[in-house]
Design a protein around this ligand. Structure first.
Ligand SMILES: C[S@@+](CC[C@H](N)C(=O)[O-])C[C@H]1O[C@@H](n2cnc3c(N)ncnc32)[C@H](O)[C@@H]1O
Length: 432
């Protein structure tokens, strides 16, 4: 007991209110939302049963019942971490800490990675021009209804979107709402409290009372959240998601009618200055790799291949719009794409991009360098040789600093509202 460190504690009396099971019942039959083309295997029940017998992944308390999912979103008052729990949550590979639950998501989950995500946060907000997509204000407005509004961030990472140390976070911007951060590892504040950077702040100063973190794997299904949330947000989690289309379907059930789905993903291929894909060899032979200039494009292609082979849906960003548009539960689908000049290049770029680069060039460089280090773990696991990767990383840094030919990443953001009532099926149409 003496080893235990209290990570996340908030007095139940500080919470705005509690939910009862009844309050979480959907007001419409979510099965009615399935698109005609979807099969039964996409239902949440099927998801759960498919994973029966696998290692459970929800750890929201200190108890040893790691095989039990919490009856979310009933709050867990205390989260404590001792050494056994820490080694349950993390594993060390090639000198980095990775989450210990998902075999699919293979980027590190350590302080260096959290730092990268934290710095990336501002940069991406600037690139997309928003912190919150427009309907968010309306959806989360305090309309005096008895039921507390609720937001969930799937794959919250550093907890940036549901940020715990800034005034500009969801929990603080919408204090009347419940904000839930879900990730394979505890969100940053818990991590900090393990003694790495605890600081002087007391927990009540750090943790807004309406914020909760949960450790969970979205690949195991979300049916325990059905009808719980007004907003579901995810950003940059595709390489940890086995079946993103199914995730979209599950989110449709998690959302309350009129709720907002807000997805942002990046593609794992590089684009030239005309925003055309840079062609690289599709042959990936870790024993005899032949990467050439542009090196970033080759490196990214290798990461794509490794992540895809490991079970992640790296192509999700290209399909988000179609998945939402084809789904009967969603309407008012909005799609936006953004071009991140990973390797800036020297050419007459659009003014907005020039201003962006002026402000974020250093952040971008830091992001690339730390992403190279993060992706290295994945490539080493795929049998690339360390000295080859070191040489290639150096070539990419040269590309970055010489900035001759630009190489872009394409980021896609899609958001939509859940319909208030399912569209009538043809059979339901009254006879004239
Ligand atoms: C690249 S980070 C992005 C973090 C954050 N969304 C952001 O935009 O800064 C991806 C995060 O998604 C989490 N993640 C990946 N696959 C997941 C899964 N199957 N279930 C839950 N979280 C997942 C990872 O643990 C990691 O923290």
């Amino acid at each position: 007991m003496s080893q235990l460190e209290v990570l996340h504690s908030y007095d139940l009396t500080h919470r705005n209110r509690h939910y009862s099971d009844d309050e979480f019942e959907m007001e419409v039959d979510s099965d009615d939302y399935m698109t005609e083309t979807e099969t039964e295997s996409t239902t949440s029940t099927a998801v759960l049963s498919q994973f029966e017998g696998t290692v459970a992944t929800t750890v929201t308390s200190m108890d040893d019942e790691a095989s039990m999912r919490t009856p979310s979103p009933e709050p867990e008052p205390i989260m404590q971490m001792d050494e056994p729990l820490r080694s349950t949550l993390y594993k060390s590979e090639f000198g980095r800490n990775l989450n210990n639950y998902s075999d699919i998501y293979k980027l590190p989950a350590d302080e260096e990675e959290l730092d990268r995500l934290e710095r990336q946060y501002e940069m991406l907000n600037s690139l997309t021009g928003h912190k919150y997509v427009p309907p968010m204000m309306e959806v989360l407005a305090d309309d005096g209804s008895e039921r507390q509004k609720a937001v969930v961030d799937l794959g919250s990472g550093a907890g940036n979107w549901i940020e715990v140390s800034r005034i500009i976070d969801v929990a603080r911007d919408f204090p009347h709402c419940l904000a839930v951060a879900i990730d394979l590892t505890p969100m940053k504040i818990m991590y900090e409290m393990t003694g790495h950077r605890a600081g002087d702040l007391s927990q009540s100063e750090i943790i807004p009372p309406n914020l909760r973190g949960e450790v969970d794997d979205v690949n195991l299904g979300l049916s325990h959240y059905n009808g719980h949330f007004d907003v579901v947000h995810t950003r940059l989690i595709a390489i940890g998601v086995k079946d993103y289309c199914r995730l979209v379907d599950e989110i449709s059930e998690v959302l309350r009618p009129g709720g907002l789905i807000d997805l942002t993903e990046v593609g794992y291929e590089a684009y030239d200055k005309n925003h055309e894909p840079i062609q690289v060899s599709k042959v990936h032979d870790p024993a005899n790799p032949q990467w050439q200039s542009p090196y970033w494009a080759h490196w990214l292609s290798a990461v794509n291949h490794a992540a895809h082979n490991g079970g992640g849906e790296t192509s999700a960003s290209r399909n988000l719009e179609q998945w939402l548009s084809n789904h009967r539960a969603f309407e008012d689908v909005v799609h936006r794409e953004y071009w991140l000049p990973i390797i800036p290049g020297d050419y007459d770029r659009p003014r907005a991009e020039a201003e962006f680069l002026q402000q974020y060039r250093n952040t971008l460089e830091f992001d690339v360098m730390t992403f190279l280090r993060a992706g290295r773990v994945m490539l080493l696991k795929n049998h690339y040789k360390e000295d080859y990767l070191s040489r290639m990383e150096q070539k990419i840094l040269d590309e970055l600093r010489e900035a001759k030919e630009p190489q872009y990443s394409r980021i896609e953001c899609v958001y939509a509202r859940k319909t208030r009532a399912p569209p009538a099926l043809e059979l339901d149409t009254p006879q004239q």
